[in-house]
Design a protein around this ligand. Sequence first.
Ligand code: AMP
Length: 190
Amino acid sequence: MIFIFLGAPGAGKGTQADMAASSQGWIHLSTGDVLREEVAKESDLGQAANEYMSRGDLVPDRLMVDMVAGRLAELNVDDVLLLDGFPRSRPQAEALAEALKTRAGGSGGVGSALYFRAPESVLTARLLGRGRKDDREDVIQNRLRVYSETTEPLVAYYREQGLLVEIDADRTVEEIQADVLDRIGAVLPH
Ligand code: AMP
């Protein structure tokens, strides 16, 4: 079963997915982490993605969908996958739904979309404190803009499907983690 970690840059999705995956034996797929590895390896994908990432723009949907489809194909039926940073656009969300529908064997569907909410001032402060290459002030502003224009509409998309779970991400890491484990546990088959 798949759980989508949705929310603005700096909302803490990656930290939360990492903690949950390591304590529960789940799989954490961060598309941003995979892209950063590809950039470091200077692979074809990394070279294609690099300029978009350094500007804080989205990497084209086609590249992202191919990358995630490849990972989905490797899943076992009872794996729990935490999808962190994907989908990030309507076409990506539709491609994910399509891939899950047509998968032979099946990895289960989307269990829920966890939407991490925090005020913009908190997001900016966290990003500036992190010091990643794309955490410069101008790039951060662009990433937040791209998020609100292209990714945030997915909140309504998943809400309409009855899959949205809102998480208050302006709390301590431990409080948020307890909530995350509760919300996922409530959906997983026993
Ligand atoms: P993240 O680590 O999730 O903040 O992602 C870092 C950067 O990788 C983003 O600013 C995008 O340039 C790129 N990226 C990661 N995931 C995606 C995605 N699903 N679609 C497009 N670009 C992505």
